[in-house]
Design a protein around this ligand. Structure first.
Ligand SMILES: [Zn+2]
Length: 157
């Protein structure tokens, strides 16, 4: 998946969860969306040439320890990272990190290469028809943007 499709998926998840959140200030909303937008790229620190690793090269170290689309692309990773964020910084930080990360896994799960959601316990892979940068991905990207705009419209009016 292209970076922008990952971001669009995360925003869509965010705007659907949004009304259930009891944030009191603009700072809280901004923190939520900034963390969401950051966390959606986190799983790909397991790939040395991923977008996040070219922007933040120090994260490349993870690719030495984790195989691409291995543990960091399993459901255990966002639970662990979200849990650590919750213990250290509370729900405001933990929720967008978990959601962004989870949105990335959902999007990767519908690609040709798929992900193994319970790796390393079960190596079964979820796969889908989406090829990175091909027509179906563009279609999904625009559908996702459309649903997000639609949702925001109904939240405002
Ligand atoms: Zn990925």
């Amino acid at each position: 998946m292209l970076a922008r499709t990952h971001l669009a998926f995360a925003l869509l998840l965010g705007v659907f969860i949004f009304p259930g959140l009891n944030f009191n200030s603009l700072i809280e909303y901004t923190t939520f969306y900034l963390l969401l937008a950051f966390a959606v790229f986190l799983p790909d620190i397991d790939h040395p040439n991923s977008k996040i690793n070219t922007k933040l090269p120090f994260l490349k170290i993870a690719s030495l320890f984790f195989s691409h689309r291995g543990f960091l692309h399993s459901i255990f990773a966002p639970i662990l990272i979200g849990g650590i964020a919750y213990i250290n910084a509370g729900l405001l930080f933990a929720l967008p990190i978990f959601l962004g990360y989870f949105a990335h896994l959902l999007a990767d799960a519908i690609t040709i290469n798929g992900i193994a959601p319970f790796y390393p316990i079960i190596k079964f892979k979820f796969k889908g028809p989406v090829r990175t940068g091909h027509n179906l991905e563009f279609f999904l990207f625009y559908i996702t943007i459309g649903l997000t705009v639609f949702r925001i419209y109904f939240l405002i009016f």
